[in-house]
Design a protein around this ligand. Structure first.
Ligand code: 5GP
Length: 194
């Protein structure tokens, strides 16, 4: 088990066969040291990809994305889920259905911050059915920039996201890969193979 998988076993709560709660270190309270380690891991995995920008989505993608940006020495842009007064001018938008909230949001990024010269690493906290990641890919592609890959903190490999994104030729790098949440237990992909 890697550092994140150990932390999930220690502090994660299985809410159902489909949902894992990690409020104590990622989704509500945030552990900065863990975020630093996650950021370093993403930076190592994408070290040779010429990444010029990281794109994530508010709110839980921001902490790991900022840490990855620190190590890769590139700026981080987060897509907003609600239009704000300060987010005006030319926007790139996509529609994203949220797995946990069961609602659809129009997400947006200002055209100012992603352009066709960029090579983008997309980062998010969870990968479930892939809708958030697909929305971000859509926005980045609208800008003319190239998607170099997708960094996921926790991938639930038993849901559809991984397959959908891989089929589109997108590279996914997930730090923890969950094979199952059955019987209230977290089983990781690596454990299953062993
Ligand atoms: P997707 O768009 O891949 O279906 O879902 C990804 C988004 O849903 C993530 O950004 C995350 O916020 C949320 N999410 C999906 N599954 C889980 C889960 O098991 N636990 C938590 N805490 N969030 C999840």
């Amino acid at each position: 088990m890697n550092f994140l998988e150990k932390r999930i076993i220690k502090d994660g709560k299985v809410l159902s066969e489909h949902v894992l709660k990690v409020d104590s270190f990622l989704n509500h309270q945030i552990d900065p040291n863990l975020m630093l380690e996650i950021g370093k891991e993403f930076a190592d995995r994408f070290a040779n990809d010429g990444v010029t920008k990281i794109v994530t989505i508010e709110s839980s993608g921001i902490a790991p994305a900022v840490m990855a940006g620190l190590f890769l020495k590139v700026p981080v842009v987060f897509a907003r889920k609600k239009k704000s007064l300060t987010l005006n001018g030319d926007l790139l938008t996509a529609s994203v259905h949220s797995f946990t909230k069961n609602e659809t949001n129009e997400i947006s990024i200002s055209k100012k911050y992603v352009n066709k010269e960029d090579r983008v690493l997309i980062i998010d906290d969870f990968l479930a059915n892939g809708q958030a990641a697909l929305g971000l890919v859509d926005i980045v592609q609208q800008s003319g920039a190239k998607v170099k890959g997708i960094g996921i903190v926790i991938e639930k490999s038993f849901q559809q996201g991984t397959q959908i994104l891989t089929k589109q030729g997108l590279r996914i790098e997930s730090i923890a890969r969950i094979a199952s949440l059955e019987n209230g237990e977290v089983t990781f992909i690596n454990e299953k193979v062993e």
